[in-house]
Design a protein. Structure first.
Length: 263
Protein backbone atom coordinates (compact mmCIF):
# COMPACT_ATOMS: atom_id res chain seq x y z
CA UNK A 1 0.00 0.00 0.00
CA UNK A 2 1.18 3.57 -0.60
CA UNK A 3 2.25 5.77 2.29
CA UNK A 4 -0.44 7.28 4.54
CA UNK A 5 0.78 10.74 5.52
CA UNK A 6 -2.37 12.42 6.86
CA UNK A 7 -3.03 11.02 10.34
CA UNK A 8 -3.74 12.62 13.70
CA UNK A 9 -3.01 12.25 17.41
CA UNK A 10 -5.06 12.86 20.57
CA UNK A 11 -3.36 16.24 20.91
CA UNK A 12 -5.93 17.61 18.44
CA UNK A 13 -8.65 16.79 21.00
CA UNK A 14 -10.76 14.78 18.54
CA UNK A 15 -8.58 11.72 17.87
CA UNK A 16 -7.90 8.60 19.92
CA UNK A 17 -5.17 6.00 20.28
CA UNK A 18 -1.51 5.66 21.18
CA UNK A 19 1.40 5.90 18.73
CA UNK A 20 2.10 2.21 19.10
CA UNK A 21 -1.50 1.43 18.07
CA UNK A 22 -1.16 3.49 14.90
CA UNK A 23 2.10 1.78 14.04
CA UNK A 24 0.50 -1.65 14.47
CA UNK A 25 -2.33 -0.58 12.14
CA UNK A 26 0.10 0.84 9.57
CA UNK A 27 2.13 -2.35 9.53
CA UNK A 28 -0.98 -4.52 9.30
CA UNK A 29 -2.15 -2.49 6.30
CA UNK A 30 1.16 -3.02 4.55
CA UNK A 31 1.90 0.70 4.21
CA UNK A 32 5.22 1.66 2.67
CA UNK A 33 5.48 4.56 5.17
CA UNK A 34 3.38 6.03 7.98
CA UNK A 35 3.24 9.80 8.46
CA UNK A 36 1.98 11.83 11.40
CA UNK A 37 0.47 15.24 10.66
CA UNK A 38 -1.66 16.62 13.45
CA UNK A 39 -3.37 20.02 13.42
CA UNK A 40 -0.72 22.69 13.99
CA UNK A 41 -1.05 25.41 16.62
CA UNK A 42 -2.38 28.79 15.54
CA UNK A 43 -1.82 32.14 17.22
CA UNK A 44 -3.38 33.87 19.07
CA UNK A 45 -4.33 31.11 21.50
CA UNK A 46 -6.80 29.75 22.31
CA UNK A 47 -7.74 29.74 18.63
CA UNK A 48 -10.27 26.89 18.56
CA UNK A 49 -10.85 23.57 20.30
CA UNK A 50 -9.56 21.13 17.69
CA UNK A 51 -5.79 21.51 17.58
CA UNK A 52 -2.74 21.27 19.80
CA UNK A 53 -1.49 24.32 21.69
CA UNK A 54 1.95 25.73 20.94
CA UNK A 55 3.12 24.59 24.39
CA UNK A 56 2.21 21.02 23.39
CA UNK A 57 4.65 20.83 20.49
CA UNK A 58 7.23 19.00 22.67
CA UNK A 59 4.53 16.42 23.47
CA UNK A 60 3.94 16.05 19.74
CA UNK A 61 7.64 15.47 19.12
CA UNK A 62 7.58 12.82 21.87
CA UNK A 63 4.60 11.15 20.16
CA UNK A 64 6.57 10.96 16.92
CA UNK A 65 9.58 9.53 18.79
CA UNK A 66 7.38 6.84 20.37
CA UNK A 67 6.02 5.88 16.97
CA UNK A 68 9.54 5.59 15.58
CA UNK A 69 10.65 3.46 18.52
CA UNK A 70 7.79 1.05 17.86
CA UNK A 71 8.03 0.98 14.08
CA UNK A 72 10.95 -1.36 13.41
CA UNK A 73 11.76 -1.12 9.68
CA UNK A 74 8.61 0.90 8.85
CA UNK A 75 9.64 4.50 8.01
CA UNK A 76 7.86 7.08 10.18
CA UNK A 77 7.56 10.54 8.68
CA UNK A 78 6.91 13.73 10.62
CA UNK A 79 4.53 16.39 9.39
CA UNK A 80 1.99 19.00 10.40
CA UNK A 81 -1.39 19.94 9.00
CA UNK A 82 -1.29 23.73 8.91
CA UNK A 83 -4.28 26.00 8.43
CA UNK A 84 -4.07 28.58 5.66
CA UNK A 85 -5.36 31.79 7.22
CA UNK A 86 -5.03 35.43 6.26
CA UNK A 87 -1.58 36.68 7.22
CA UNK A 88 -0.33 33.28 8.38
CA UNK A 89 2.82 33.15 6.26
CA UNK A 90 5.35 34.15 8.94
CA UNK A 91 3.77 31.72 11.42
CA UNK A 92 4.02 28.83 8.95
CA UNK A 93 7.67 29.69 8.37
CA UNK A 94 8.19 29.74 12.15
CA UNK A 95 6.57 26.30 12.53
CA UNK A 96 8.66 24.97 9.65
CA UNK A 97 11.81 25.85 11.62
CA UNK A 98 10.74 24.05 14.82
CA UNK A 99 11.53 20.47 13.73
CA UNK A 100 13.12 18.52 10.86
CA UNK A 101 9.78 17.95 9.17
CA UNK A 102 9.40 15.55 6.28
CA UNK A 103 6.43 17.46 4.88
CA UNK A 104 3.87 20.13 5.70
CA UNK A 105 0.23 19.80 4.67
CA UNK A 106 -1.69 22.99 3.92
CA UNK A 107 -5.45 22.95 4.43
CA UNK A 108 -8.33 25.40 4.19
CA UNK A 109 -10.74 24.87 7.08
CA UNK A 110 -11.66 28.53 7.65
CA UNK A 111 -13.38 31.16 5.57
CA UNK A 112 -12.98 34.24 7.71
CA UNK A 113 -14.06 33.25 11.21
CA UNK A 114 -16.10 30.25 10.00
CA UNK A 115 -14.59 26.77 10.21
CA UNK A 116 -17.11 25.64 7.64
CA UNK A 117 -16.45 21.89 8.00
CA UNK A 118 -17.16 21.93 11.74
CA UNK A 119 -20.54 20.31 12.54
CA UNK A 120 -20.91 22.81 15.36
CA UNK A 121 -21.64 25.55 12.80
CA UNK A 122 -23.67 23.50 10.34
CA UNK A 123 -26.56 25.96 10.63
CA UNK A 124 -24.50 28.68 8.93
CA UNK A 125 -24.74 26.78 5.65
CA UNK A 126 -28.52 27.35 5.59
CA UNK A 127 -27.88 31.10 5.84
CA UNK A 128 -25.18 31.17 3.15
CA UNK A 129 -25.09 31.56 -0.62
CA UNK A 130 -23.47 28.27 -1.64
CA UNK A 131 -22.15 29.69 -4.91
CA UNK A 132 -20.45 32.53 -3.01
CA UNK A 133 -19.00 30.15 -0.41
CA UNK A 134 -17.57 27.90 -3.09
CA UNK A 135 -16.11 30.84 -4.96
CA UNK A 136 -14.42 32.15 -1.81
CA UNK A 137 -13.18 28.70 -0.86
CA UNK A 138 -11.48 28.01 -4.17
CA UNK A 139 -9.91 31.48 -4.34
CA UNK A 140 -8.52 30.85 -0.86
CA UNK A 141 -7.25 27.41 -1.88
CA UNK A 142 -5.49 28.87 -4.93
CA UNK A 143 -3.84 31.51 -2.74
CA UNK A 144 -2.60 28.74 -0.44
CA UNK A 145 -1.09 26.92 -3.42
CA UNK A 146 0.59 30.07 -4.69
CA UNK A 147 2.25 30.61 -1.29
CA UNK A 148 4.53 27.60 -1.97
CA UNK A 149 4.74 27.01 1.79
CA UNK A 150 3.39 23.47 1.71
CA UNK A 151 4.49 20.15 0.29
CA UNK A 152 1.00 18.63 0.21
CA UNK A 153 -2.34 20.40 -0.21
CA UNK A 154 -5.01 18.70 1.87
CA UNK A 155 -8.52 17.47 0.95
CA UNK A 156 -8.96 19.81 -2.02
CA UNK A 157 -12.77 20.04 -2.11
CA UNK A 158 -13.46 19.87 1.63
CA UNK A 159 -16.08 22.56 1.04
CA UNK A 160 -18.47 19.81 -0.17
CA UNK A 161 -18.33 17.95 3.18
CA UNK A 162 -21.99 18.57 4.09
CA UNK A 163 -23.17 18.07 0.49
CA UNK A 164 -23.76 21.75 -0.22
CA UNK A 165 -22.83 22.20 -3.88
CA UNK A 166 -23.81 24.88 -6.38
CA UNK A 167 -25.62 23.81 -9.54
CA UNK A 168 -23.94 23.33 -12.88
CA UNK A 169 -20.54 22.14 -14.02
CA UNK A 170 -18.16 22.44 -11.05
CA UNK A 171 -15.13 22.47 -13.34
CA UNK A 172 -15.56 26.26 -13.36
CA UNK A 173 -14.23 26.17 -9.79
CA UNK A 174 -11.67 23.45 -10.36
CA UNK A 175 -9.82 24.75 -13.41
CA UNK A 176 -8.34 27.98 -11.96
CA UNK A 177 -7.10 26.25 -8.82
CA UNK A 178 -5.67 23.35 -10.83
CA UNK A 179 -3.59 25.91 -12.73
CA UNK A 180 -2.36 27.49 -9.47
CA UNK A 181 -1.44 24.11 -7.97
CA UNK A 182 0.38 23.01 -11.12
CA UNK A 183 2.40 26.22 -11.12
CA UNK A 184 3.25 25.84 -7.41
CA UNK A 185 4.70 22.36 -7.77
CA UNK A 186 2.75 21.10 -4.76
CA UNK A 187 1.30 17.61 -4.35
CA UNK A 188 -2.41 17.06 -3.70
CA UNK A 189 -3.97 14.33 -1.63
CA UNK A 190 -6.77 11.91 -2.40
CA UNK A 191 -8.32 11.87 1.06
CA UNK A 192 -10.53 8.87 1.80
CA UNK A 193 -12.24 10.41 4.85
CA UNK A 194 -14.87 12.00 2.63
CA UNK A 195 -16.43 8.61 1.98
CA UNK A 196 -17.46 8.65 5.65
CA UNK A 197 -18.88 12.19 5.72
CA UNK A 198 -22.29 13.47 4.57
CA UNK A 199 -20.96 14.03 1.03
CA UNK A 200 -20.16 10.27 0.84
CA UNK A 201 -17.38 11.00 -1.62
CA UNK A 202 -13.61 11.13 -1.25
CA UNK A 203 -11.83 14.47 -1.54
CA UNK A 204 -11.43 15.51 -4.33
CA UNK A 205 -14.17 14.70 -6.84
CA UNK A 206 -13.07 12.36 -9.67
CA UNK A 207 -13.32 15.19 -12.21
CA UNK A 208 -10.92 17.32 -10.14
CA UNK A 209 -8.60 14.33 -9.86
CA UNK A 210 -8.69 13.78 -13.60
CA UNK A 211 -7.88 17.42 -14.31
CA UNK A 212 -5.05 17.31 -11.76
CA UNK A 213 -3.59 14.23 -13.41
CA UNK A 214 -3.77 15.87 -16.84
CA UNK A 215 -1.96 18.92 -15.39
CA UNK A 216 0.85 16.73 -14.04
CA UNK A 217 0.08 17.45 -10.39
CA UNK A 218 1.60 14.78 -8.09
CA UNK A 219 -0.61 12.76 -5.73
CA UNK A 220 -0.58 11.10 -2.34
CA UNK A 221 -3.37 8.96 -0.89
CA UNK A 222 -4.34 9.74 2.70
CA UNK A 223 -6.81 8.46 5.28
CA UNK A 224 -7.03 11.51 7.58
CA UNK A 225 -7.12 8.90 10.35
CA UNK A 226 -8.29 10.01 13.79
CA UNK A 227 -8.14 6.48 15.23
CA UNK A 228 -5.86 3.49 14.54
CA UNK A 229 -8.67 1.59 12.81
CA UNK A 230 -8.89 4.38 10.21
CA UNK A 231 -5.27 4.11 9.03
CA UNK A 232 -5.22 3.26 5.30
CA UNK A 233 -9.02 3.09 5.31
CA UNK A 234 -10.45 2.60 1.80
CA UNK A 235 -7.00 2.70 0.19
CA UNK A 236 -7.81 -0.01 -2.34
CA UNK A 237 -10.85 1.96 -3.49
CA UNK A 238 -8.77 5.14 -3.63
CA UNK A 239 -6.10 3.42 -5.73
CA UNK A 240 -8.84 2.54 -8.20
CA UNK A 241 -9.97 6.18 -8.32
CA UNK A 242 -6.40 7.38 -8.82
CA UNK A 243 -5.71 4.95 -11.64
CA UNK A 244 -8.99 5.81 -13.34
CA UNK A 245 -7.93 9.47 -13.27
CA UNK A 246 -4.63 8.60 -14.95
CA UNK A 247 -2.25 8.33 -12.02
CA UNK A 248 0.40 5.62 -12.03
CA UNK A 249 2.44 6.79 -9.05
CA UNK A 250 2.12 8.44 -5.68
CA UNK A 251 4.80 10.34 -3.76
CA UNK A 252 7.09 9.71 -0.80
CA UNK A 253 8.49 12.55 1.33
CA UNK A 254 11.64 12.76 3.42
CA UNK A 255 13.14 15.99 4.76
CA UNK A 256 10.73 17.87 2.48
CA UNK A 257 12.11 16.16 -0.61
CA UNK A 258 9.75 14.22 -2.87
CA UNK A 259 10.28 11.04 -4.83
CA UNK A 260 7.80 8.87 -6.76
CA UNK A 261 6.41 5.52 -5.64
CA UNK A 262 4.73 3.22 -8.17
CA UNK A 263 0.99 2.89 -7.66
Amino acid sequence: MPADYHTHTPLCRHATGEPEDYVVAARAAGLSEYGISDHAPVRPEPFDDWRMDEAELPDYFDWIDRARAAAGPLPIRAGLECDWLQGCESWIEDLASRYPWDYLIGSVHYLGDWDFDNPKWLGRWAESDVEAVWSRYWKTYAAMARSRLFDILGHPDLVKKFSHRPPGDLARFYEPVIAAIAESGATIELNTAGWHKPCAEAYPHPRFLELASQAGIPLVISSDAHAPAEVARDFEKAIGWARSAGYRETQLFEQRQRKPEAL
